[in-house]
Design a protein around this ligand. Structure first.
Ligand code: ZN
Length: 368
């Protein structure tokens, strides 16, 4: 007996199923039901039993682990001394493995998306000129990264990474990229190390594929998600929420659906309280099918560009707060790492890994 897809939609159904000791996962459009404890079958209502019998699948260990996304192509050489910390992506991958936060089988490898997907957000002229290396010098300077064919490949692969992370979040409830968060990219130009807007592209692609209708973008990078706000300014299906330092880049802010500007020097407690003031209500009012979370670590006190004063503990608490609030409400979350700038690369990479450490905890705590 086939299971109608509507049957499993919504947090309420998911919680009901969980109470009865089973976890559902939707993988590659097929419904997979994992029985945690077969004795609990006795307590299930008859309508559940018939579906369970039809879709009982062996539990494999890989199914139970947080999906992560990485591609060695996330790194491409920049000129010596360039201020963008390109090596952090590879070091983050290595740290997650070295610290036992992840093992190699947990990683999914993204591909370059078709150009038509990038053009769901960006103009054909911009995408073509960037990919061919024919952008004007001024437009190139605004991006702040020296053009190379390898960087084109890196940029597109990272976009593919966020799309894949979003797809994995839908099927597993939670997923994390090890790059992404290029929120300063506008439809026809790039800015502030951002070339194509991965968050916006992932949102549009998933909508186009009919996988989601409403998306909430939670952007906690210390800089305003100006490109994302601009792209979705007239689109009520994507809600943009940006909490950022008010006296930081970009000097001209765009209008997100909800902007929460923060004073310079804000510490852990004030930051976490502010977040708690907005996020739960936002989720229950908007009820997104998917949350895209930009977990930039540049609000950290040690960040070269941030101007806020969060500690490692504060960043970890923030990730736990965001992920538990979303997951407890039944909202799938796709995470990207966002910005983070420091001369101490080791410290910076550790800060980024706090997202994956928190996600691991939430993933097992909620038995996703
Ligand atoms: Zn930033």
């Amino acid at each position: 007996m086939p299971v109608p897809s509507e049957f499993f939609k919504g947090a309420c159904k998911r919680q009901l199923l969980r109470r009865h000791g089973i976890i559902i996962k939707i993988r590659k459009a097929s419904i997979l039901i994992v029985i945690v404890c077969e004795s609990n079958l006795q307590t299930l209502p008859t309508c559940f039993l018939s579906t369970v019998e039809c879709h009982l699948v062996e539990l494999s260990t890989s199914v139970m682990e947080l999906p992560l996304v990485y591609n060695p192509g996330y790194i491409t050489p920049l000129p010596e001394g360039h201020r963008f910390p390109m090596r952090k992506f590879q070091q983050l991958y290595e740290l997650l493995l070295a610290d036992g936060i992840a093992h190699p089988e947990q990683f999914h490898t993204p591909k370059r998306p078709p150009q038509e997907w990038i053009e769901l957000v960006h103009t054909h002229e911009y995408v073509q000129a960037y990919c061919e290396g024919t952008l004007e010098a001024k437009a190139q300077r605004r991006i702040g990264l020296p053009w190379s064919p390898a960087l084109v490949n890196r940029t597109c692969t990272a976009v593919g990474g966020t799309i894949l992370t979003a797809q994995l979040a839908l099927s597993h409830g939670l997923a994390c990229n090890t790059a992404g968060g290029t929120h300063h990219a506008f439809p026809s130009y790039g800015s502030g190390f951002c070339i194509f807007n991965d968050l916006a592209i992932a949102a549009r692609v998933l909508q186009q594929l009919g996988l989601v209708r409403k998306i909430l973008i939670v952007d906690l990078d210390v800089h305003q998600g100006d490109g994302t706000a601009f792209i979705f300014q007239n689109d009520s299906s994507v809600f943009t929420f940006s909490m950022h330092c008010e006296v930081n880049f970009p000097s001209t802010k765009q209008k997100s659906d909800l902007d929460v500007p923060l004073s310079a020097g804000m510490d852990d407690d004030a930051y976490l309280q502010t977040l708690a003031q907005y996020l739960p209500e936002l989720l229950s009012n908007f009820q997104p099918d998917l949350v895209l979370y930009d977990a930039g670590v540049d609000p950290h006190v040690g960040d070269r560009l941030g101007k806020l004063a969060l500690t490692d503990t504060g960043i970890f608490c923030r990730e736990m707060q965001v992920l538990s609030t979303c997951v407890a409400g039944g909202y799938p979350v796709a995470c990207v790492i966002g910005g983070g700038y420091a001369d101490d690369l080791k410290g910076l990479v550790y800060r980024h890994s706090l997202l994956h450490r928190a996600a691991n905890e939430i993933y097992s705590q909620y038995r996703l």
